[in-house]
Design a protein around this ligand. Structure first.
Ligand SMILES: NC(=O)c1ccc[n+]([C@@H]2O[C@H](COP(=O)([O-])OP(=O)(O)OC[C@H]3O[C@@H](n4cnc5c(N)ncnc54)[C@H](OP(=O)(O)O)[C@@H]3O)[C@@H](O)[C@H]2O)c1
Length: 330
């Protein structure tokens, strides 16, 4: 099968090599059990793959390996009694191996793809939306009627978080860095869009009668203290990532003074060994998709041959919504 492999740890411009590799067996290495084999139509591209090209991600398989955490496609084979069968359209989280014509995923990380979503959208469904749901609902304890501020709001996790929060009946303030990203955040459903280089903290407080209930933060860096200041009493700041580069430190007296919380949300580490939590999150995301709230925004599509360009787009802060590889495109 055709696949992109990481053959050296030299960064997104040069780490990948396109070639023919053997198809994977039906066993998924994460579970050592039979998995769901998928004929891949689209593969999601995300920050972890960018980090993997530099050897900077926590999972460091020996070289060469096929990257690609998630795919959408058609089931070729599936274990009995798993809810999906040959011929079904699915979204699947395979962890590795997605930048290829065939991928294998654990059964509990494979979900029927709603009819309303195409394969490219399906390739953007699990990592971002399951992270958003896990971060907002399970970790952030988000309640209907609350106000959420989302950083990096035009990115993959950001657009997903806007849609999930809107689906849960919340008001969403989005923080972005450009006009183009403002358009994407509005398309995702943000009620108000604030600029990261403007007085967003004061604007957020004003727009939420004194402070927001939840901040969802995939960016980190030097805006962290202002994120804490933008919380209202009882507010929760959910830490999701550090695209801004630096890892912030918290002066905990701020938490005491305003009765606020900082909460970590590491989706992968928490859920990957917990099939029942995955099913709970999958059901929540599916319900929001069926109600029309969850509809991944695909900002860029590349053929498999151009996986390097896809990774560079993310690396250079240019991604809008989800970046995908389309396997049938040439
Ligand atoms: N905790 C978890 O379980 C989990 C799960 C999935 C992903 N993540 C993490 O979440 C983060 C976001 O992922 P994503 O897929 O949403 O990424 P993305 O689509 O590339 O979006 C990231 C956003 O971060 C902002 N940003 C600020 N400074 C940046 C910089 N120096 N370089 C690049 N972007 C910068 C950009 O928004 P502006 O330009 O508008 O500022 C950008 O839109 C990543 O760190 C990823 O590893 C965590």
């Amino acid at each position: 099968m055709r696949a992109q492999q990481i053959t050296e740890l030299s960064g997104p411009a040069s780490a990948l090599t396109l070639g023919d590799v053997p198809e994977p067996g039906a066993t998924h290495p994460m579970t050592n059990a039979e998995g769901v084999v998928v004929d891949v139509e689209a593969a999601g591209v995300s920050f972890p793959e960018v980090l993997q090209t530099r050897g900077e991600y926590q999972i460091k398989p020996p070289l060469p390996f096929v990257p690609g955490g998630e795919v959408a496609g058609v089931v070729r084979s599936a274990p009995e009694g798993t809810g999906v069968k040959a011929g079904d359209r699915v979204a699947a989280f395979c962890m590795l191996g997605g930048f290829a014509e065939v991928a294998v995923a654990p059964d509990y990380l494979t979900f029927a793809l709603p009819d309303a979503l195409d394969f490219a959208q399906g390739a953007g469904l699990i990592l971002n939306y399951h992270t958003a749901y896990f971060s907002l609902v399970l970790r952030g304890r988000l309640e209907e009627g609350e106000t959420v501020l989302v950083h990096g709001a035009a990115g993959g996790v950001g657009t997903a978080s806007i849609q999930v929060a809107k689906g849960l009946g919340c008001r969403v303030l989005a923080v972005v860095s450009s006009d183009e990203k403002e358009r994407v955040a509005r398309e995702a459903g943000a009620d108000e869009v604030l600029r990261s280089d403007g007085p967003w903290k004061d604007e957020a407080k004003e727009a939420s009668s004194g402070g927001v209930d939840v901040v969802l933060d995939p960016v980190g860096g030097d805006r962290f203290t202002d994120s804490l200041r933008s919380l209202g009493e009882g507010g929760r700041l959910v830490v999701v990532g550090f695209t801004g580069g630096s890892i912030p430190e918290v002066r905990v007296n701020r938490l005491l003074l305003n009765n606020t919380e900082v909460i970590g949300a590491g989706w992968g580490g928490y859920v990957l060994a917990k099939p029942e939590v995955n099913r709970e999150i999958g059901a929540g995301v599916l319900a929001l998709a069926e109600q029309g709230f969850v509809a991944p925004i695909v900002g860029a599509r590349f053929p498999l041959e151009q996986a390097s360009e896809a990774l560079q787009l993310i690396d250079e802060r240019g991604a809008l919504g989800k970046v995908v590889l389309e396997l049938q495109a040439m």
